[in-house]
Design a protein around this ligand. Structure first.
Ligand code: UDP
Length: 334
């Protein structure tokens, strides 16, 4: 089985690459090494079944070259992270729309199955008790750059669905809800590595807004096997699937857990959104997934606790960052 992973040197992509190689797949990575990097593939870089193409999904010829001969394509390459999207909206729009169109077209030409990575951002400000895949999207103005990611991913999904309905392309869509784990960087705004890094360095933990906004963090190790099962499941074609965590937590509670687990003496500070991002910035108050569709079709069951994920992220950051002192994490069996 030959699998292509666009964005394979990124956070989720690199975990997927390891998983596929462990299964015995031949794996081709297409990555422009912009937000990701070869350091994420250290464990497998010499693997005989791995090939890495350094190139952009915006380059049609490169995309076709990587995908020719593939059985399955996992399209994870994207401009992600609220900070990056707010600072560089054009990059987000171009990469996430044109890049996806190139991948869809190559998969159609080659007859490869496709798993498109999408996001819970597509639901926007819908605070429903549990968001199902058919829930409405409630987005702010397209002139606010925060919403360009949701807009672009929504177009990606519409493209994918049209390739399925008009061309019969075998494509499934996974909507990730705040996936976290080792190797995620806080550089582009993601809250868990950001706050864990601050706690380890003894800096104040910056909680934006009033900290009462909530998320359901999901562990990358729970997500990766689910997307592999989805791409292998013919009944998944033409559909979207929520993949989120099981427990809702406020960002303030998250910060408190991080301080406790890392034993940090850092204070937690509230930072107004306009200071953290830009004037007029809009956040989601709440984002809770209904995972039942993925549970029914491929047995998706998020099992890893937030505390365990925090420990893993802290251990990983300490290993990679010389500035972080030696760790004594609060043990599991307290
Ligand atoms: N956030 C925060 N401090 C940070 C980074 C993010 O309080 O240093 C907040 C952010 O405003 C949002 C939540 O944490 O309410 C999750 O942010 P992230 O960017 O990780 O994901 P998303 O906004 O896409 O859910």
């Amino acid at each position: 089985m030959r699998s292509v992973v666009t964005g394979g040197a990124g956070f989720i992509g690199s975990h997927l690459v390891e998983h596929l190689l462990d299964r015995g797949d031949e794996v081709i990575v297409l990555d422009d090494l912009s937000t990701g990097g070869m350091a994420n593939l250290t464990r497998v870089e010499d693997h005989p079944l791995l090939t890495v193409h350094c190139g952009s999904v915006l380059d049609e010829a490169t995309v076709f070259a990587a995908i020719t001969g593939a059985d399955r394509v996992f399209h994870l390459a994207a401009a992600v992270g609220v900070r990056l999207i707010v600072e560089e909206p054009l990059r987000g729009l171009r990469t996430n729309i044109h890049g996806t169109e190139n991948v869809l077209e190559a998969c159609r030409a080659v007859g490869a199955r496709l798993l498109l990575a999408s996001t819970s951002e597509v639901y926007g400000k819908n605070t429903a008790d549990a968001l199902s895949e058919d829930s409405d999207r409630i987005l702010g103005s397209p002139l606010l750059s925060r919403w360009t990611y949701a807009a672009a991913k929504g177009i990606d999904e519409a493209f994918a669905h049209a390739y399925w309905s008009q061309y019969g392309l075998d494509v499934a869509i996974a909507r990730f809800f705040n996936t976290v784990g080792a190797r995620q960087t806080g550089r582009y705004g993601m809250v868990v590595p950001n706050l864990v890094g601050q706690a380890l360095r003894g800096e104040p933990l910056t909680v934006f807004g009033d900290g009462r906004q909530t998320r359901c963090f999901s562990y990358v190790g729970d997500i990766v096997p689910a997307i592999v099962r989805l791409i292998m499941e013919p009944a998944a074609a033409g559909q979207a699937f929520n993949l989120g965590g099981a427990h809702e937590v406020s960002i303030l509670e998250l910060a408190e857990r991080i301080v406790e687990i890392t034993g940090s003496s850092s204070p937690i500070v509230l930072v107004p959104y306009e200071q953290a991002y830009a004037p007029g910035f809009e956040d989601m108050r709440r984002r809770v997934p209904d995972n039942s569709r993925a549970e029914a079709l491929v047995g998706f069951a998020p099992a890893t606790s937030l505390d365990d994920v925090i420990r893993e992220v802290a251990t990983d950051l300490a290993k990679r960052n010389d500035g972080v002192p030696e760790l004594t994490l609060l043990s599991k069996d307290r």
